[in-house]
Write a protein that binds this ligand. Sequence first.
Ligand SMILES: *Cc1c(COP(=O)(O)O)cnc(C)c1O
Length: 414
Amino acid sequence: MNKPLLANSFRTGPDANGRFGTFGGRYVAETLMPLILEVEAAYKAARADDSFEAEWRRLLKDYVGRPSPLWFAERMTKHLRQSAPRGGGAQVWMKRDELNHTGAHKINAVLGQILLARRMGKKRIIAETGAGQHGVATATACALFDLPCTVFMGATDVERQQPNVFRMKLLGAEVVPVTSGAATLKDAMNEALRHWVANVTDTYYCIGTVAGPHPYPVMVRDFQSVIGEEARAQMLEATGRLPDTLVAAIGGGSNAMGLFHPFLDDASVAMLGVEAGGHGLQIEGGHAASLSGGRPGVLHGNRTYLLQDAEGQILEGHSISAGLDYPGVGPEHSWLHEIGRVKYVAATDAQALNAFQLCSRLEGIIPALEPAHALAHVMELAPTLPADHILLMNMCGRGDKDIFAVAKHLGVTL
Ligand SMILES: *Cc1c(COP(=O)(O)O)cnc(C)c1O
């Protein structure tokens, strides 16, 4: 393993330029730079202000419903032990972030960013969204704080995600369909960045994952780290020790970064990020595994692993899960991948679909298709490990949003 950024810690990044090793940074147009610097300065000041933290914590508790529980999935554990050697098979535990208000982890970082926007005196909020989950979380927080909200969404995604489009409208947000490129998440984010430059003075751009130019990757990670901080304390309380392996799904990488970060310096804790393997990694354009199947390049203001063709054109990602088909990944993951602190694997559409159904039947928890990828890998891994091994996966979203897609894949007409 290579060296951490500073001696003895993997948790000190990024450096002053927003870099994790050779990844991250701020590759933005001159016109965007003052805005980014303003966000960075405001975030730094907010972090140093206890009242900012206190207000965010109050919202997490009373509005979101945190802390989310830590759950020992006993039936899943027993089921997977059937295919383990005698006396083997790891324990499966779940961090229940699907119980959050709005049904996923996104709200954690949205509330932090909206409080920041208020501190900065911003009068309106813009956001990008793919499947619509980040758009819904942002529209929710904007309703709560009476801020006008505009959500950029690829026209293709608007078609595919009608229930979330309607949710955002009910919450009072304006949804702008983006028709450029493939009309999906990458294009929505480009459009949001363009719009931000044109509306500098009064607008805050609320990003949905650990991507974008510095300071967004670190800021979103810091807010999402509440997941790992809680899980660490809860696991110590429940079992008297730390988990052995953490597993989380990777879209842009925010729920995974949030779970992993507080454990990065615990040498005994292994970590696995599960990317969307789609139809299989061997098929160009058939998956969304940026780390397993991509290479470094620059997109949306940072250097990171990207899905790209031989000419460096960004490829459309494919996944059964609309929340995982971002063609990039947060820069901190690229760094953790290169230094070997976190291992990245992929689960296919079919594996995720299988895990989705099994979890529903065995645990009475219908997972979102994104964490179903993490669970699919847990199902592969658990039988190969001893019975005292603790596997902790991030159940980062609930499956209500996915039942129509799943029904279609199973050939069921609703
Ligand atoms: C948006 C979303 C993801 C993907 O985003 P990350 O930044 O990788 O966490 C994963 N799971 C759920 C439930 C989501 O809504």
